[in-house]
Ligand binder design. Sequence first.
Ligand SMILES: [Zn+2]
Length: 642
Amino acid sequence: MRSGSDVFGLVRCPSARYVVWLAPMAAYLYPISLAALSGFVFALERFFPWRPGQKQLRPKLWSDFIYLVFNGHFLGLLLAGLASTWILPHVDRWLAAEGLTDAVYRNAAAQWPLWLQIIVALVVVDFIQWCVHNLLHRIPLFWEFHKAHHSVKDGEMDWIVSFRFSWLEVIVYKSVLYLPLVFFGFRWEALMFHAIFGTLIGHLNHANLNLGHGPWRYVLNSPRMHIWHHDYEGDAKTTVNFGIIFSSWDWIFGTAKMPPEPPARLGFDGVETFPDNFFSQEIWPLERVMPRVHSTVVWSVIGALVMAAAWYLREPHGVRPETPMLGEVAAASQPSGVFPPTDAYSPDPAEAETALVHFGKQAHADGYADHESMVSVAELAKALGAPTLVVLDVRPEKRFTLGHIPGARRLYRGEYSSGDEVPGLSRTRGELEQLLRGYGVLKDNTVLIYGDGGPEPYRLWWTLRTVAGFHTRVLDGGLQAWKAAGHHVAGGEGLAVAAGDVTVSGAAATPIQRWPETSAFITEHPGAKLLDTRSEIEFDGTEQHPKAGRAGHIPGAAHLDWADVLRDKEGDHRLKPPNELSDLFARHGVEENTPVVTYCQSGTRSAAVYFALYQLGFDANDMLNYDGSWAEYSRLDLPVEP
Ligand SMILES: [Zn+2]
Protein backbone atom coordinates (compact mmCIF):
# COMPACT_ATOMS: atom_id res chain seq x y z
CA MET A 1 0.00 0.00 0.00
CA ARG A 2 1.30 3.41 -0.84
CA SER A 3 1.76 6.30 1.48
CA GLY A 4 0.42 9.62 0.38
CA SER A 5 3.78 11.16 -0.43
CA ASP A 6 4.31 8.60 -3.19
CA VAL A 7 1.04 9.46 -4.76
CA PHE A 8 0.87 13.19 -5.05
CA GLY A 9 3.14 14.77 -7.63
CA LEU A 10 5.32 16.24 -4.95
CA VAL A 11 8.79 15.45 -6.16
CA ARG A 12 7.94 17.37 -9.31
CA CYS A 13 6.79 20.40 -7.36
CA PRO A 14 9.02 23.32 -8.35
CA SER A 15 9.29 24.82 -4.90
CA ALA A 16 10.96 22.88 -2.12
CA ARG A 17 9.03 24.99 0.37
CA TYR A 18 5.75 23.42 -0.72
CA VAL A 19 7.28 19.98 -0.77
CA VAL A 20 8.19 20.32 2.88
CA TRP A 21 4.64 21.34 3.72
CA LEU A 22 2.66 19.15 1.39
CA ALA A 23 4.46 15.84 1.67
CA PRO A 24 3.64 15.26 5.34
CA MET A 25 0.13 16.64 4.70
CA ALA A 26 -0.43 13.99 2.05
CA ALA A 27 1.18 11.23 4.10
CA TYR A 28 -0.93 12.17 7.10
CA LEU A 29 -4.11 12.84 5.13
CA TYR A 30 -6.10 10.33 7.11
CA PRO A 31 -4.89 11.32 10.60
CA ILE A 32 -5.44 14.99 9.76
CA SER A 33 -8.97 14.26 8.51
CA LEU A 34 -9.63 12.17 11.59
CA ALA A 35 -8.62 15.04 13.86
CA ALA A 36 -10.70 17.56 11.89
CA LEU A 37 -13.82 15.36 11.81
CA SER A 38 -13.45 14.61 15.53
CA GLY A 39 -13.32 18.32 16.35
CA PHE A 40 -16.32 18.98 14.11
CA VAL A 41 -18.57 16.31 15.60
CA PHE A 42 -17.40 17.16 19.13
CA ALA A 43 -18.52 20.77 18.50
CA LEU A 44 -21.90 19.62 17.17
CA GLU A 45 -22.46 17.59 20.35
CA ARG A 46 -21.50 20.61 22.41
CA PHE A 47 -24.09 22.89 20.79
CA PHE A 48 -26.88 20.46 19.78
CA PRO A 49 -26.95 17.65 22.38
CA TRP A 50 -29.75 15.08 22.13
CA ARG A 51 -29.49 13.83 25.73
CA PRO A 52 -28.76 17.09 27.60
CA GLY A 53 -27.56 15.44 30.82
CA GLN A 54 -24.70 13.60 29.13
CA LYS A 55 -21.22 14.96 29.88
CA GLN A 56 -18.69 15.44 27.07
CA LEU A 57 -15.71 15.15 29.42
CA ARG A 58 -16.74 11.90 30.99
CA PRO A 59 -14.92 9.11 32.84
CA LYS A 60 -13.03 6.66 30.61
CA LEU A 61 -12.66 9.25 27.85
CA TRP A 62 -8.89 8.66 28.04
CA SER A 63 -9.38 4.98 27.25
CA ASP A 64 -11.47 5.82 24.18
CA PHE A 65 -8.88 8.38 23.15
CA ILE A 66 -6.20 5.66 23.12
CA TYR A 67 -8.57 3.56 21.00
CA LEU A 68 -8.94 6.47 18.59
CA VAL A 69 -5.20 6.99 18.21
CA PHE A 70 -4.39 3.29 18.08
CA ASN A 71 -7.15 2.07 15.78
CA GLY A 72 -7.30 5.25 13.73
CA HIS A 73 -3.61 5.46 12.97
CA PHE A 74 -1.08 3.05 14.44
CA LEU A 75 -2.79 -0.28 13.93
CA GLY A 76 -3.56 0.57 10.31
CA LEU A 77 0.08 1.47 9.76
CA LEU A 78 1.23 -1.70 11.43
CA LEU A 79 -1.06 -3.86 9.32
CA ALA A 80 -0.21 -2.02 6.10
CA GLY A 81 3.48 -2.50 6.89
CA LEU A 82 3.01 -6.19 7.66
CA ALA A 83 0.85 -6.71 4.58
CA SER A 84 3.24 -5.03 2.18
CA THR A 85 6.27 -6.68 3.76
CA TRP A 86 5.05 -10.18 4.49
CA ILE A 87 1.77 -10.87 2.74
CA LEU A 88 1.33 -9.15 -0.62
CA PRO A 89 4.72 -10.18 -2.08
CA HIS A 90 3.93 -13.81 -1.28
CA VAL A 91 0.46 -13.48 -2.76
CA ASP A 92 1.86 -11.98 -5.94
CA ARG A 93 4.58 -14.62 -6.14
CA TRP A 94 2.06 -17.36 -5.60
CA LEU A 95 -0.12 -15.90 -8.35
CA ALA A 96 2.92 -15.68 -10.62
CA ALA A 97 3.91 -19.27 -9.83
CA GLU A 98 0.38 -20.40 -10.69
CA GLY A 99 0.55 -18.47 -13.94
CA LEU A 100 -2.11 -16.03 -12.77
CA THR A 101 -0.23 -12.83 -13.51
CA ASP A 102 -2.67 -12.07 -16.28
CA ALA A 103 -5.69 -12.98 -14.16
CA VAL A 104 -8.74 -11.51 -15.84
CA TYR A 105 -9.89 -9.48 -12.88
CA ARG A 106 -6.51 -8.25 -11.68
CA ASN A 107 -6.64 -4.43 -11.78
CA ALA A 108 -10.03 -4.66 -13.49
CA ALA A 109 -11.21 -1.48 -11.78
CA ALA A 110 -8.10 0.55 -12.59
CA GLN A 111 -9.57 1.75 -15.88
CA TRP A 112 -12.75 3.10 -14.30
CA PRO A 113 -13.14 6.83 -13.68
CA LEU A 114 -12.42 7.84 -10.11
CA TRP A 115 -16.04 8.73 -9.27
CA LEU A 116 -17.14 5.22 -10.26
CA GLN A 117 -14.35 3.67 -8.18
CA ILE A 118 -15.44 5.77 -5.20
CA ILE A 119 -19.09 4.76 -5.50
CA VAL A 120 -18.37 1.06 -6.03
CA ALA A 121 -15.82 1.02 -3.19
CA LEU A 122 -18.32 2.72 -0.86
CA VAL A 123 -21.26 0.47 -1.66
CA VAL A 124 -19.42 -2.83 -1.96
CA VAL A 125 -17.19 -2.28 1.06
CA ASP A 126 -20.14 -1.19 3.16
CA PHE A 127 -22.17 -4.26 2.23
CA ILE A 128 -19.29 -6.61 3.05
CA GLN A 129 -18.86 -4.75 6.32
CA TRP A 130 -22.55 -5.19 7.07
CA CYS A 131 -22.17 -8.95 6.48
CA VAL A 132 -19.07 -9.16 8.68
CA HIS A 133 -20.79 -7.16 11.40
CA ASN A 134 -23.62 -9.72 11.37
CA LEU A 135 -21.08 -12.48 11.85
CA LEU A 136 -19.46 -10.60 14.74
CA HIS A 137 -22.78 -10.89 16.55
CA ARG A 138 -23.80 -14.38 15.46
CA ILE A 139 -20.53 -16.33 15.87
CA PRO A 140 -19.76 -16.72 19.61
CA LEU A 141 -15.96 -16.44 19.26
CA PHE A 142 -16.26 -13.28 17.14
CA TRP A 143 -18.75 -11.86 19.63
CA GLU A 144 -16.09 -12.08 22.34
CA PHE A 145 -13.97 -9.69 20.28
CA HIS A 146 -16.90 -7.46 19.33
CA LYS A 147 -18.01 -7.06 22.95
CA ALA A 148 -15.51 -4.24 23.40
CA HIS A 149 -17.52 -2.08 21.02
CA HIS A 150 -20.75 -2.93 22.83
CA SER A 151 -19.28 -2.12 26.23
CA VAL A 152 -20.58 1.42 25.72
CA LYS A 153 -22.74 2.13 28.75
CA ASP A 154 -25.30 4.84 29.49
CA GLY A 155 -23.66 8.25 29.48
CA GLU A 156 -20.80 7.07 27.28
CA MET A 157 -22.45 7.06 23.86
CA ASP A 158 -20.64 9.82 21.99
CA TRP A 159 -18.58 10.36 18.79
CA ILE A 160 -15.35 8.84 20.08
CA VAL A 161 -16.74 5.37 20.82
CA SER A 162 -16.95 4.78 17.08
CA PHE A 163 -13.29 3.82 17.46
CA ARG A 164 -13.78 1.57 20.49
CA PHE A 165 -13.29 -1.83 18.90
CA SER A 166 -10.85 -4.71 19.20
CA TRP A 167 -7.66 -5.07 17.18
CA LEU A 168 -9.03 -8.27 15.70
CA GLU A 169 -11.88 -6.34 14.09
CA VAL A 170 -9.35 -4.03 12.48
CA ILE A 171 -7.46 -7.01 11.07
CA VAL A 172 -10.62 -8.67 9.78
CA TYR A 173 -12.03 -5.49 8.26
CA LYS A 174 -8.77 -4.36 6.69
CA SER A 175 -8.12 -7.71 5.09
CA VAL A 176 -11.60 -8.56 3.83
CA LEU A 177 -12.31 -4.99 2.72
CA TYR A 178 -9.16 -3.38 1.46
CA LEU A 179 -7.00 -6.23 0.12
CA PRO A 180 -9.58 -7.13 -2.57
CA LEU A 181 -9.85 -3.47 -3.54
CA VAL A 182 -6.08 -3.30 -3.91
CA PHE A 183 -6.21 -6.51 -5.95
CA PHE A 184 -8.79 -5.05 -8.31
CA GLY A 185 -6.65 -1.96 -8.76
CA PHE A 186 -8.81 0.68 -7.07
CA ARG A 187 -6.97 3.95 -6.77
CA TRP A 188 -5.85 4.99 -3.31
CA GLU A 189 -8.06 8.09 -3.55
CA ALA A 190 -11.14 5.85 -3.67
CA LEU A 191 -10.00 3.92 -0.58
CA MET A 192 -9.15 7.18 1.18
CA PHE A 193 -12.57 8.60 0.36
CA HIS A 194 -14.19 5.53 1.87
CA ALA A 195 -12.03 5.79 4.99
CA ILE A 196 -12.72 9.49 5.55
CA PHE A 197 -16.41 9.43 4.68
CA GLY A 198 -16.84 6.27 6.77
CA THR A 199 -15.16 8.01 9.70
CA LEU A 200 -17.53 10.98 9.46
CA ILE A 201 -20.62 8.75 9.38
CA GLY A 202 -19.19 6.56 12.18
CA HIS A 203 -18.56 9.60 14.37
CA LEU A 204 -22.09 10.89 13.71
CA ASN A 205 -23.69 7.48 14.32
CA HIS A 206 -22.33 7.34 17.85
CA ALA A 207 -22.63 11.05 18.59
CA ASN A 208 -25.05 12.53 21.10
CA LEU A 209 -27.08 14.14 18.31
CA ASN A 210 -30.78 13.97 17.54
CA LEU A 211 -30.21 13.22 13.89
CA GLY A 212 -32.39 10.85 11.86
CA HIS A 213 -31.86 12.16 8.31
CA GLY A 214 -35.65 12.41 7.56
CA PRO A 215 -36.49 10.54 4.37
CA TRP A 216 -32.78 9.76 3.88
CA ARG A 217 -33.04 7.40 6.86
CA TYR A 218 -33.52 4.55 4.39
CA VAL A 219 -30.15 5.26 2.80
CA LEU A 220 -27.87 6.68 5.44
CA ASN A 221 -27.23 5.39 8.94
CA SER A 222 -27.84 7.92 11.74
CA PRO A 223 -27.36 8.48 15.51
CA ARG A 224 -31.04 7.76 16.18
CA MET A 225 -30.84 4.51 14.27
CA HIS A 226 -27.44 3.24 15.41
CA ILE A 227 -28.06 3.75 19.13
CA TRP A 228 -30.56 0.89 18.91
CA HIS A 229 -27.73 -1.37 17.80
CA HIS A 230 -26.29 -0.78 21.28
CA ASP A 231 -29.56 -1.68 23.04
CA TYR A 232 -28.90 -3.71 26.22
CA GLU A 233 -31.92 -5.89 25.46
CA GLY A 234 -30.67 -6.99 22.03
CA ASP A 235 -29.13 -10.47 21.95
CA ALA A 236 -27.65 -12.44 19.08
CA LYS A 237 -31.10 -13.05 17.60
CA THR A 238 -32.73 -9.69 18.16
CA THR A 239 -29.92 -7.23 17.58
CA VAL A 240 -30.77 -4.69 14.90
CA ASN A 241 -29.13 -2.04 12.70
CA PHE A 242 -25.86 -3.63 11.60
CA GLY A 243 -25.27 -0.92 9.01
CA ILE A 244 -22.06 1.11 9.06
CA ILE A 245 -22.44 3.89 6.47
CA PHE A 246 -25.64 2.86 4.71
CA SER A 247 -28.83 1.87 6.50
CA SER A 248 -30.37 0.38 3.35
CA TRP A 249 -29.04 -3.12 4.03
CA ASP A 250 -30.94 -3.27 7.32
CA TRP A 251 -34.16 -2.00 5.75
CA ILE A 252 -33.79 -4.49 2.88
CA PHE A 253 -32.97 -7.51 5.06
CA GLY A 254 -35.44 -6.69 7.81
CA THR A 255 -32.99 -5.90 10.58
CA ALA A 256 -33.86 -2.22 10.85
CA LYS A 257 -35.43 -0.60 13.90
CA MET A 258 -35.82 3.13 14.49
CA PRO A 259 -38.11 4.28 17.32
CA PRO A 260 -38.08 8.02 18.06
CA GLU A 261 -36.53 7.60 21.55
CA PRO A 262 -33.18 6.01 22.52
CA PRO A 263 -33.26 2.58 24.24
CA ALA A 264 -33.77 2.52 28.02
CA ARG A 265 -30.34 1.03 28.65
CA LEU A 266 -27.11 0.53 26.66
CA GLY A 267 -24.63 -2.34 26.73
CA PHE A 268 -25.15 -6.11 26.80
CA ASP A 269 -25.84 -8.81 29.30
CA GLY A 270 -22.55 -9.05 31.21
CA VAL A 271 -21.32 -5.52 30.54
CA GLU A 272 -21.28 -4.95 34.30
CA THR A 273 -18.27 -7.24 34.71
CA PHE A 274 -16.62 -6.45 31.37
CA PRO A 275 -13.18 -4.78 31.62
CA ASP A 276 -13.49 -1.04 31.39
CA ASN A 277 -10.35 0.28 29.70
CA PHE A 278 -8.37 -0.01 26.47
CA PHE A 279 -5.61 -2.27 27.74
CA SER A 280 -7.71 -4.83 29.53
CA GLN A 281 -10.33 -4.84 26.77
CA GLU A 282 -7.72 -5.45 24.10
CA ILE A 283 -6.50 -8.62 25.82
CA TRP A 284 -9.88 -9.72 27.22
CA PRO A 285 -10.59 -12.37 24.55
CA LEU A 286 -7.04 -13.72 24.85
CA GLU A 287 -7.23 -14.13 28.61
CA ARG A 288 -9.25 -17.29 28.07
CA VAL A 289 -6.15 -18.98 26.68
CA MET A 290 -3.36 -17.34 28.67
CA PRO A 291 -2.60 -16.41 32.25
CA ARG A 292 -4.03 -13.14 33.44
CA VAL A 293 -1.61 -10.28 33.91
CA HIS A 294 -3.14 -7.66 36.15
CA SER A 295 -0.68 -4.96 35.44
CA THR A 296 -1.54 -1.82 33.54
CA VAL A 297 2.19 -1.10 33.44
CA VAL A 298 2.96 -4.35 31.61
CA TRP A 299 0.19 -3.76 29.11
CA SER A 300 1.18 -0.14 28.64
CA VAL A 301 4.71 -1.27 27.76
CA ILE A 302 3.39 -3.87 25.32
CA GLY A 303 1.06 -1.28 23.78
CA ALA A 304 3.93 1.19 23.43
CA LEU A 305 6.06 -1.50 21.75
CA VAL A 306 3.29 -2.27 19.25
CA MET A 307 2.96 1.42 18.44
CA ALA A 308 6.72 1.75 18.05
CA ALA A 309 6.73 -1.23 15.68
CA ALA A 310 3.98 0.41 13.65
CA TRP A 311 5.94 3.62 13.52
CA TYR A 312 9.12 1.85 12.47
CA LEU A 313 7.45 -0.19 9.76
CA ARG A 314 5.40 2.41 8.10
CA GLU A 315 5.82 5.98 9.26
CA PRO A 316 6.89 8.33 6.47
CA HIS A 317 9.94 10.28 7.63
CA GLY A 318 9.64 13.54 5.79
CA VAL A 319 10.10 13.66 2.03
CA ARG A 320 11.26 10.45 0.45
CA PRO A 321 14.46 10.76 -1.59
CA GLU A 322 13.72 11.20 -5.26
CA THR A 323 15.78 8.24 -6.39
CA PRO A 324 16.55 5.04 -4.59
CA MET A 325 20.33 4.89 -4.99
CA LEU A 326 20.38 1.47 -3.33
CA GLY A 327 23.41 2.26 -1.22
CA GLU A 328 25.39 3.91 -4.02
CA VAL A 329 26.47 7.49 -4.45
CA ALA A 330 24.80 9.70 -7.01
CA ALA A 331 26.73 10.12 -10.25
CA ALA A 332 28.32 13.50 -10.82
CA SER A 333 26.34 14.05 -14.00
CA GLN A 334 22.68 13.39 -13.36
CA PRO A 335 20.08 13.54 -16.12
CA SER A 336 18.92 17.12 -16.38
CA GLY A 337 15.80 18.87 -17.48
CA VAL A 338 13.40 16.01 -16.79
CA PHE A 339 12.17 14.45 -13.59
CA PRO A 340 11.24 10.81 -13.15
CA PRO A 341 7.52 10.03 -13.23
CA THR A 342 6.04 10.60 -9.79
CA ASP A 343 5.24 6.94 -9.23
CA ALA A 344 8.51 5.72 -10.71
CA TYR A 345 9.99 3.88 -7.77
CA SER A 346 8.42 1.45 -5.35
CA PRO A 347 8.69 2.60 -1.75
CA ASP A 348 10.19 -0.63 -0.46
CA PRO A 349 11.89 -3.78 -1.74
CA ALA A 350 8.79 -5.90 -1.22
CA GLU A 351 6.72 -3.68 -3.47
CA ALA A 352 9.53 -3.52 -6.02
CA GLU A 353 9.53 -7.32 -5.98
CA THR A 354 5.86 -7.45 -6.90
CA ALA A 355 6.56 -5.13 -9.84
CA LEU A 356 8.73 -7.84 -11.45
CA VAL A 357 5.65 -9.66 -12.69
CA HIS A 358 4.88 -6.71 -14.95
CA PHE A 359 8.10 -7.09 -16.92
CA GLY A 360 7.34 -7.33 -20.62
CA LYS A 361 3.79 -5.99 -20.48
CA GLN A 362 4.71 -2.90 -22.49
CA ALA A 363 6.41 -5.04 -25.16
CA HIS A 364 3.36 -7.32 -25.18
CA ALA A 365 1.08 -4.33 -25.70
CA ASP A 366 3.38 -3.10 -28.48
CA GLY A 367 3.07 -6.43 -30.28
CA TYR A 368 6.56 -7.92 -29.87
CA ALA A 369 6.58 -11.71 -30.08
CA ASP A 370 9.12 -12.50 -27.35
CA HIS A 371 7.90 -9.77 -24.98
CA GLU A 372 9.26 -11.74 -22.02
CA SER A 373 12.72 -10.62 -23.11
CA MET A 374 11.96 -6.91 -23.36
CA VAL A 375 11.63 -4.65 -20.33
CA SER A 376 10.62 -1.01 -20.58
CA VAL A 377 12.26 1.75 -18.58
CA ALA A 378 9.04 2.35 -16.63
CA GLU A 379 8.78 -1.34 -15.74
CA LEU A 380 12.38 -1.40 -14.50
CA ALA A 381 11.98 1.82 -12.49
CA LYS A 382 9.07 0.32 -10.57
CA ALA A 383 11.02 -2.88 -9.85
CA LEU A 384 14.33 -1.25 -8.99
CA GLY A 385 15.47 -2.49 -5.58
CA ALA A 386 13.66 -5.84 -5.83
CA PRO A 387 15.80 -8.38 -3.97
CA THR A 388 15.61 -10.98 -6.76
CA LEU A 389 16.40 -8.58 -9.58
CA VAL A 390 19.92 -8.58 -11.03
CA VAL A 391 20.75 -5.74 -13.41
CA LEU A 392 23.84 -6.29 -15.56
CA ASP A 393 25.57 -3.35 -17.22
CA VAL A 394 27.60 -4.54 -20.24
CA ARG A 395 29.48 -1.32 -20.93
CA PRO A 396 33.17 -0.56 -20.47
CA GLU A 397 34.33 0.24 -16.95
CA LYS A 398 34.92 3.95 -17.55
CA ARG A 399 31.39 4.57 -18.75
CA PHE A 400 30.02 2.48 -15.89
CA THR A 401 31.91 4.56 -13.34
CA LEU A 402 30.55 7.80 -14.79
CA GLY A 403 26.98 6.68 -14.30
CA HIS A 404 24.98 3.48 -14.21
CA ILE A 405 21.52 2.34 -13.17
CA PRO A 406 21.55 2.17 -9.35
CA GLY A 407 22.37 -1.32 -8.14
CA ALA A 408 23.69 -2.53 -11.51
CA ARG A 409 26.67 -4.91 -11.74
CA ARG A 410 29.18 -4.43 -14.51
CA LEU A 411 29.90 -7.33 -16.87
CA TYR A 412 31.97 -6.50 -19.91
CA ARG A 413 31.97 -8.14 -23.35
CA GLY A 414 35.47 -9.57 -22.83
CA GLU A 415 34.27 -11.62 -19.86
CA TYR A 416 31.90 -13.79 -21.84
CA SER A 417 34.22 -14.29 -24.81
CA SER A 418 36.55 -17.28 -24.95
CA GLY A 419 40.30 -16.83 -25.32
CA ASP A 420 40.22 -18.59 -28.70
CA GLU A 421 42.45 -17.34 -31.51
CA VAL A 422 39.21 -16.32 -33.21
CA PRO A 423 38.33 -13.28 -31.10
CA GLY A 424 34.87 -12.94 -29.57
CA LEU A 425 33.63 -16.55 -29.58
CA SER A 426 31.17 -17.60 -26.87
CA ARG A 427 32.40 -19.24 -23.73
CA THR A 428 31.17 -22.71 -22.79
CA ARG A 429 28.06 -23.42 -20.80
CA GLY A 430 30.03 -24.24 -17.64
CA GLU A 431 32.11 -21.08 -17.93
CA LEU A 432 28.97 -18.98 -18.37
CA GLU A 433 27.50 -20.54 -15.24
CA GLN A 434 30.63 -19.61 -13.30
CA LEU A 435 30.45 -16.11 -14.73
CA LEU A 436 26.84 -15.63 -13.60
CA ARG A 437 27.65 -17.01 -10.16
CA GLY A 438 30.54 -14.59 -9.91
CA TYR A 439 28.05 -11.79 -10.40
CA GLY A 440 25.91 -13.11 -7.57
CA VAL A 441 23.10 -14.51 -9.69
CA LEU A 442 20.91 -16.79 -7.59
CA LYS A 443 18.61 -19.58 -8.73
CA ASP A 444 15.36 -17.61 -8.85
CA ASN A 445 16.78 -14.28 -9.98
CA THR A 446 15.43 -12.19 -12.80
CA VAL A 447 18.37 -11.00 -14.89
CA LEU A 448 18.12 -7.80 -16.89
CA ILE A 449 20.86 -6.60 -19.26
CA TYR A 450 21.42 -3.10 -20.53
CA GLY A 451 23.95 -1.05 -22.47
CA ASP A 452 23.93 2.44 -23.84
CA GLY A 453 23.18 2.08 -27.51
CA GLY A 454 25.59 -0.66 -28.53
CA PRO A 455 24.55 -4.22 -29.43
CA GLU A 456 26.32 -5.89 -26.46
CA PRO A 457 23.17 -6.54 -24.39
CA TYR A 458 21.70 -8.56 -27.27
CA ARG A 459 24.95 -10.51 -27.60
CA LEU A 460 24.87 -11.50 -23.93
CA TRP A 461 21.14 -12.28 -24.15
CA TRP A 462 21.79 -14.49 -27.20
CA THR A 463 24.89 -16.18 -25.72
CA LEU A 464 23.20 -17.08 -22.44
CA ARG A 465 20.07 -18.21 -24.22
CA THR A 466 21.74 -20.24 -26.95
CA VAL A 467 24.76 -21.66 -25.18
CA ALA A 468 23.50 -21.92 -21.61
CA GLY A 469 19.73 -22.12 -22.09
CA PHE A 470 19.46 -19.28 -19.58
CA HIS A 471 16.69 -16.72 -19.97
CA THR A 472 17.52 -13.04 -19.52
CA ARG A 473 15.86 -9.79 -20.51
CA VAL A 474 17.08 -6.65 -22.22
CA LEU A 475 16.22 -3.10 -21.16
CA ASP A 476 14.64 -1.60 -24.27
CA GLY A 477 16.41 1.65 -25.10
CA GLY A 478 19.20 1.06 -22.60
CA LEU A 479 20.74 3.75 -20.45
CA GLN A 480 19.77 6.54 -22.87
CA ALA A 481 16.08 5.74 -22.46
CA TRP A 482 16.59 5.47 -18.69
CA LYS A 483 18.14 8.92 -18.53
CA ALA A 484 15.72 10.41 -21.04
CA ALA A 485 12.87 9.45 -18.69
CA GLY A 486 14.60 11.49 -15.98
CA HIS A 487 15.80 8.57 -13.89
CA HIS A 488 18.86 9.08 -11.78
CA VAL A 489 22.14 7.23 -12.09
CA ALA A 490 24.68 6.08 -9.55
CA GLY A 491 28.39 6.74 -9.95
CA GLY A 492 31.45 4.76 -8.92
CA GLU A 493 32.39 1.13 -9.19
CA GLY A 494 29.16 -0.44 -8.04
CA LEU A 495 28.44 -2.58 -5.01
CA ALA A 496 30.18 -5.82 -4.13
CA VAL A 497 28.03 -8.95 -4.25
CA ALA A 498 28.33 -12.41 -2.75
CA ALA A 499 28.70 -15.36 -5.11
CA GLY A 500 25.48 -16.80 -6.52
CA ASP A 501 24.27 -20.38 -6.89
CA VAL A 502 22.55 -20.26 -10.28
CA THR A 503 22.67 -23.38 -12.44
CA VAL A 504 22.22 -23.25 -16.18
CA SER A 505 20.68 -26.26 -17.81
CA GLY A 506 19.37 -27.11 -21.21
CA ALA A 507 20.97 -25.73 -24.33
CA ALA A 508 20.20 -25.87 -28.03
CA ALA A 509 21.51 -28.87 -30.00
CA THR A 510 24.47 -26.98 -31.43
CA PRO A 511 25.30 -24.29 -28.90
CA ILE A 512 28.56 -23.27 -30.56
CA GLN A 513 27.84 -22.03 -34.06
CA ARG A 514 31.05 -21.83 -36.01
CA TRP A 515 31.42 -22.11 -39.77
CA PRO A 516 30.83 -25.91 -40.12
CA GLU A 517 27.55 -25.62 -38.19
CA THR A 518 26.59 -22.46 -40.05
CA SER A 519 27.40 -23.96 -43.42
CA ALA A 520 25.37 -27.05 -42.56
CA PHE A 521 22.44 -24.86 -41.50
CA ILE A 522 22.48 -23.06 -44.86
CA THR A 523 22.51 -26.40 -46.70
CA GLU A 524 19.64 -27.71 -44.59
CA HIS A 525 17.57 -24.54 -45.09
CA PRO A 526 17.14 -23.93 -48.82
CA GLY A 527 16.52 -20.25 -49.52
CA ALA A 528 18.27 -19.20 -46.31
CA LYS A 529 19.16 -15.52 -46.31
CA LEU A 530 22.61 -14.47 -45.14
CA LEU A 531 22.57 -11.04 -43.49
CA ASP A 532 25.81 -9.14 -42.97
CA THR A 533 25.03 -6.67 -40.21
CA ARG A 534 28.34 -4.76 -40.15
CA SER A 535 28.88 -1.25 -41.44
CA GLU A 536 28.72 -0.48 -45.16
CA ILE A 537 32.52 -0.04 -45.42
CA GLU A 538 33.26 -3.33 -43.67
CA PHE A 539 30.77 -5.08 -45.95
CA ASP A 540 32.16 -3.73 -49.22
CA GLY A 541 35.76 -4.31 -48.15
CA THR A 542 36.78 -0.64 -48.08
CA GLU A 543 37.89 -1.10 -44.50
CA GLN A 544 39.29 -4.13 -42.71
CA HIS A 545 38.38 -4.62 -39.05
CA PRO A 546 41.59 -4.79 -36.95
CA LYS A 547 40.59 -8.24 -35.68
CA ALA A 548 39.64 -9.64 -39.10
CA GLY A 549 41.86 -11.84 -41.27
CA ARG A 550 40.77 -10.25 -44.56
CA ALA A 551 38.45 -7.55 -45.87
CA GLY A 552 35.17 -8.28 -47.65
CA HIS A 553 32.08 -10.37 -46.89
CA ILE A 554 30.74 -13.92 -47.20
CA PRO A 555 29.59 -14.56 -50.79
CA GLY A 556 25.84 -14.18 -51.22
CA ALA A 557 25.32 -12.07 -48.10
CA ALA A 558 23.00 -9.07 -48.15
CA HIS A 559 23.92 -5.99 -46.17
CA LEU A 560 21.77 -4.68 -43.32
CA ASP A 561 23.43 -2.31 -40.84
CA TRP A 562 22.48 -3.61 -37.41
CA ALA A 563 21.70 -0.08 -36.12
CA ASP A 564 18.75 0.03 -38.55
CA VAL A 565 16.75 -2.14 -36.12
CA LEU A 566 16.89 0.75 -33.64
CA ARG A 567 14.42 3.63 -33.79
CA ASP A 568 17.18 6.22 -33.92
CA LYS A 569 20.85 5.35 -33.53
CA GLU A 570 21.61 8.92 -32.45
CA GLY A 571 19.07 9.08 -29.66
CA ASP A 572 16.19 6.66 -29.20
CA HIS A 573 17.84 3.25 -28.92
CA ARG A 574 14.64 1.33 -28.49
CA LEU A 575 13.86 -1.41 -30.97
CA LYS A 576 11.76 -0.29 -33.95
CA PRO A 577 8.07 -1.17 -33.67
CA PRO A 578 7.20 -4.61 -35.14
CA ASN A 579 5.60 -3.25 -38.32
CA GLU A 580 8.66 -1.12 -39.12
CA LEU A 581 10.95 -4.08 -38.45
CA SER A 582 8.89 -6.24 -40.84
CA ASP A 583 9.22 -3.57 -43.54
CA LEU A 584 12.95 -3.29 -42.92
CA PHE A 585 13.55 -7.03 -43.27
CA ALA A 586 11.23 -7.30 -46.27
CA ARG A 587 13.34 -4.64 -48.03
CA HIS A 588 16.34 -6.93 -47.46
CA GLY A 589 14.65 -10.01 -48.83
CA VAL A 590 13.63 -11.50 -45.50
CA GLU A 591 9.95 -12.41 -45.45
CA GLU A 592 7.90 -14.12 -42.78
CA ASN A 593 9.18 -17.67 -43.28
CA THR A 594 12.62 -16.99 -44.70
CA PRO A 595 15.38 -18.88 -42.86
CA VAL A 596 18.05 -16.38 -41.78
CA VAL A 597 21.70 -16.44 -40.84
CA THR A 598 23.00 -13.26 -39.23
CA TYR A 599 26.65 -12.41 -38.81
CA CYS A 600 28.95 -9.46 -38.22
CA GLN A 601 32.54 -9.22 -36.98
CA SER A 602 32.06 -11.33 -33.84
CA GLY A 603 28.35 -12.11 -33.54
CA THR A 604 27.50 -9.05 -31.45
CA ARG A 605 25.86 -6.63 -33.88
CA SER A 606 24.24 -9.62 -35.57
CA ALA A 607 22.80 -10.70 -32.21
CA ALA A 608 20.81 -7.44 -32.15
CA VAL A 609 19.38 -8.26 -35.58
CA TYR A 610 18.71 -11.81 -34.43
CA PHE A 611 16.85 -10.36 -31.43
CA ALA A 612 14.78 -8.13 -33.73
CA LEU A 613 13.84 -11.12 -35.92
CA TYR A 614 12.96 -13.11 -32.84
CA GLN A 615 10.70 -10.28 -31.73
CA LEU A 616 8.82 -10.65 -35.03
CA GLY A 617 8.06 -14.26 -34.17
CA PHE A 618 10.66 -15.95 -36.37
CA ASP A 619 11.16 -19.60 -35.41
CA ALA A 620 14.42 -20.16 -33.54
CA ASN A 621 14.90 -23.35 -35.59
CA ASP A 622 15.00 -21.31 -38.78
CA MET A 623 17.45 -18.71 -37.48
CA LEU A 624 21.11 -18.81 -36.70
CA ASN A 625 23.50 -16.21 -35.39
CA TYR A 626 26.94 -17.13 -36.69
CA ASP A 627 29.02 -17.07 -33.54
CA GLY A 628 32.39 -17.10 -35.35
CA SER A 629 31.21 -14.45 -37.80
CA TRP A 630 33.68 -12.55 -39.96
CA ALA A 631 36.38 -12.95 -37.32
CA GLU A 632 36.41 -16.70 -38.07
CA TYR A 633 35.36 -16.74 -41.72
CA SER A 634 38.02 -14.22 -42.77
CA ARG A 635 40.68 -16.56 -41.36
CA LEU A 636 39.45 -19.63 -43.24
CA ASP A 637 40.58 -20.66 -46.69
CA LEU A 638 37.22 -19.83 -48.27
CA PRO A 639 36.07 -17.46 -51.03
CA VAL A 640 35.14 -13.90 -50.12
CA GLU A 641 33.40 -11.05 -51.93
CA PRO A 642 33.93 -8.62 -53.42
ZN1 LIG B 1 -22.25 -4.55 16.78
